[in-house]
Write a protein that binds this ligand. Structure first.
Ligand code: ATP
Length: 237
């Protein structure tokens, strides 16, 4: 089981507190969208979940406590974080980037079969294996970043603004693949996304974060139907 339970999460940078007691649950195998204005703390929330900022409160995944652990330990417990800006190693080849994603695992045969699995989701990566990651298009780099995260065989996938800088067609394709990954691997997903239409299209639950607090929670349908959300994030009404 990999239900994510976040309870009274407080996080920030130095003395500046950014998250003020965030509380939500994502059921095993569900997609949860985090919406909110710039500076609300969405990126900080993902960083807090993957151990990259210091936190108070509790975070558990499938009953195992993540809070207070190092990013490395959290990764080994099955949390893969695809940061905004993707975090691929530009000078390294596509293949090396993907293999690095399996850093917590051993067994070449197993890693090779996982690479094949990644290519079924992202066939374009197979045609670019020996190419430097830095020479890929923006969409291909985002696919590589997600592919690399999948090499961890994550129980929880954290995606920060996957659509950033991508053309609408590429973004739709990327979200279709994320949905397929979620369906086929039963990976729990938390996605932070400016494109609320797309995020709500693949999410079961969504939360709106404002100045470090969740101000609205509900099913994707409920959030989509909310007047305020429609005005602020969906661009109509
Ligand atoms: P955006 O949509 O613009 O990316 P966000 O909702 O993801 O915004 P965060 O990036 O989490 O918001 O930032 C929340 C607050 O924390 C902001 O006020 C920001 O200035 C501050 N902040 C972010 N990173 C740092 C840092 N490394 N050091 C100090 N303050 C930071």
């Amino acid at each position: 089981m990999s239900e994510l339970v976040v309870d009274d999460l407080v996080a920030g940078y130095g003395d500046a507190r950014v998250l003020h007691g965030v509380r939500f649950t994502v059921k095993q195998g569900e997609v949860c969208a985090i919406l909110g204005p710039n500076g609300a703390g969405k990126t900080t929330l993902l960083r807090a979940l993957s151990g990259m900022v210091r936190t108070r409160g509790t975070v558990t995944l499938g009953g195992t406590e993540l809070s207070g652990r190092s990013p490395d330990t959290i990764a080994r417990l099955g949390v893969a974080h695809v940061p905004e800006g993707r975090g691929t190693f530009m000078p390294l080849t596509v293949e090396d980037n993907l293999r690095l994603g399996a850093f917590v695992r051993r067994g070449r045969a197993e890693v090779d079969s996982d690479l094949d699995r990644i290519y079924t989701y992202f066939p374009v990566l197979k045609t670019r294996l020996k190419q430097a990651a830095g020479s890929l298009s923006g969409g291909e780099q985002q696919m590589l970043a997600i592919g690399r995260a999948l090499m961890l065989r994550p129980r929880l996938l954290l995606l920060d603004e996957p659509s950033l800088g991508l053309a609408p067609l590429v973004t739709r394709e990327l979200f279709r693949i994320v949905q397929a990954i979620n369906a086929e691997e039963q990976t729990t997903v938390v996605v932070v996304e400016q494109n609320a239409h797309l995020a709500l299209g693949i999410a079961q639950q969504a939360h709106v974060l404002e100045t470090g607090r969740i101000v609205l929670s509900g099913t994707a349908e409920e959030i989509r139907a909310d007047e305020q959300v429609a005005q602020s994030y969906l661009g109509y009404r």
